[in-house]
Design a protein around this ligand. Structure first.
Ligand SMILES: [Zn+2]
Ligand SMILES: [Zn+2]
Length: 143
């Protein structure tokens, strides 16, 4: 695979996490870590499959999970579907119920885990604001 100018920093981020470099991992990393994004494994597969026809959906799932365990990505659930988020800081999401656009929403200070969750092992907490994005609400306006 040819080296792109953006590669060295992404490559070194993977190396810092002790990850062995493979063309598959590099392709996933360039797609997911190059710019802020939220993607479902299926979307990642559809994009990368054109570049690397040998990629299987299973490899994509495993690579994304691997990245999540290494702390490079965050796994969130929206409508019960796993979505991988390139921003690993704590934040909420707004989701457009028409076009599926996902927007990051900054959230306030870290709240304490509610007492009812005392016996749970909580990995993450995020709120989903559901509604229509500006483009979709514009379309829904009666003319
Ligand atoms: Zn929308
Ligand atoms: Zn996000």
């Amino acid at each position: 695979m040819k080296q792109q100018p953006a590669s060295p920093s992404i490559e070194s981020r993977l190396r810092q996490c002790g990850m062995r470099m493979t063309p598959q991992r590099l392709a996933v990393a360039e797609l997911m870590l190059g710019a802020p994004t939220h993607m479902m494994p299926q979307e990642v597969y559809e994009i990368l499959h054109q570049q690397l026809p040998s990629l299987s959906p299973n490899t994509i799932y495993m690579t994304l999970d691997h990245f999540e365990q290494a702390g490079l990505l965050k796994k969130i659930f929206i409508d019960g579907k796993a979505v991988f988020d390139s921003c690993t800081d704590r934040h909420d999401h707004a989701v457009c119920r028409n076009c599926g656009t996902i927007r990051d929403v900054p959230c306030g200070s870290i709240e304490h885990t509610p007492l009812t969750l005392k016996r749970w092992h909580i990995h993450a907490e995020s709120r989903v604001w559901s509604g229509l994005c500006p483009a979709c609400s514009e379309m829904e306006k009666p003319s």
